[in-house]
Design a protein around this ligand. Sequence first.
Ligand SMILES: Cc1cc2nc3c(=O)[nH]c(=O)nc-3n(C[C@H](O)[C@H](O)[C@H](O)COP(=O)(O)OP(=O)(O)OC[C@H]3O[C@@H](n4cnc5c(N)ncnc54)[C@H](O)[C@@H]3O)c2cc1C
Length: 339
Amino acid sequence: MIRIQEHVDLLPYNTFKIAAKARYFVSVTTVDELRELINHPVYKQNTHLIVGGGSNMLLTGDYNGLVIKNDLRGIETVSENDATILLKAGAGEPWHAFVMFCVTNNYGGAENLSLIPGTIGAAPMQNIGAYGVEVKDLIQTVEAIDTTTGELRVFTNEECAFGYRESVFKRALKGKYFISSVTLSLTKKDHKLNTSYGAIQQTLDQQHATASIKTISDAVISIRQQKLPDPTVIGNAGSFFKNPTIDQSHYETLKKTHPEIPGYFSDNQKVKVPAGWLIEQCGWKGKTIGNVGVHPHQALVLVNYGNGSGENIQTLAQDIRDSVNKKFAIDLQPEVNII
Ligand SMILES: Cc1cc2nc3c(=O)[nH]c(=O)nc-3n(C[C@H](O)[C@H](O)[C@H](O)COP(=O)(O)OP(=O)(O)OC[C@H]3O[C@@H](n4cnc5c(N)ncnc54)[C@H](O)[C@@H]3O)c2cc1C
């Protein structure tokens, strides 16, 4: 049975810790409740915002519509054989809890994605990724409810049209589906362990540990705890911008004036440049403006030191974009959803 509340404080529901209010707010725990909601007059008469962990959104003001908190939980085995297991997880299941479930059971594939905040349901939205792994590598199918008709649709991995921090749910089908569960394929043996990215191998070496699902997960957790601000302590939404991809010719031109510019070549004559490096070169790293700022250890992370508004963060983000554009002729795109 759903219960729609009014004028609800959204501060506990977003990791930027922005104090905004929702005109209406409802938590849904089952697909039946979601369907009940879709037939409710408050739903029909208002705009909707689906919220999982609120760790990839910036609320720029009060939300004058209906906030739907996704609380669909549960992890179940769909099928398994000697080599692999298919697990179906409710969209409101915390992502990290799912990874820990896999690590505890020695199911391989998700360990490099340890400690990413948020929910299972939001993971396909932007195809979460870290330390050389993206969730698209694991996703078998995504179940989603049509936000107009309440009908269930099952998306194959291909139909999700995953890209770098992209999917069909963020583009062509934005706002059209409520992701209700995700089915992921994990290995039970012959795990493809990936220690090549970031400081994973170095951390394992320091601890004299051999690579396993558990040791990689532990290494990733410890690296992330050192590198990234804990959103329960300092409001943030992780990387605010995507790493831009530019033409090789543009990159070569920049290299003449900035010989040290890092770049990762892809096969289509494009080069991915770390946004954090560009922001740092513009002098933003560690800068504080009022209650908000750029994290001192990670220039890609914008932070709310307390009482900052969504507008403060948005203004800071725009100023950063302008200065990076002026210096490098690169237009940074936000990774965070601006609401
Ligand atoms: C400290 C920190 C570190 C981070 N590190 C990483 C990282 O390494 N890699 C990475 O990729 N991301 C990272 N993130 C970003 C974030 O954790 C992920 O994008 C995560 O998947 C967001 O999940 P969420 O449930 O919080 O989504 P929310 O912020 O609640 O929602 C994000 C968007 O998805 C929509 N949405 C949410 N749930 C559903 C649903 N069930 N159906 C339809 N639409 C939905 C929302 O409306 C919104 O537009 C980090 C964030 C923080 C704070």
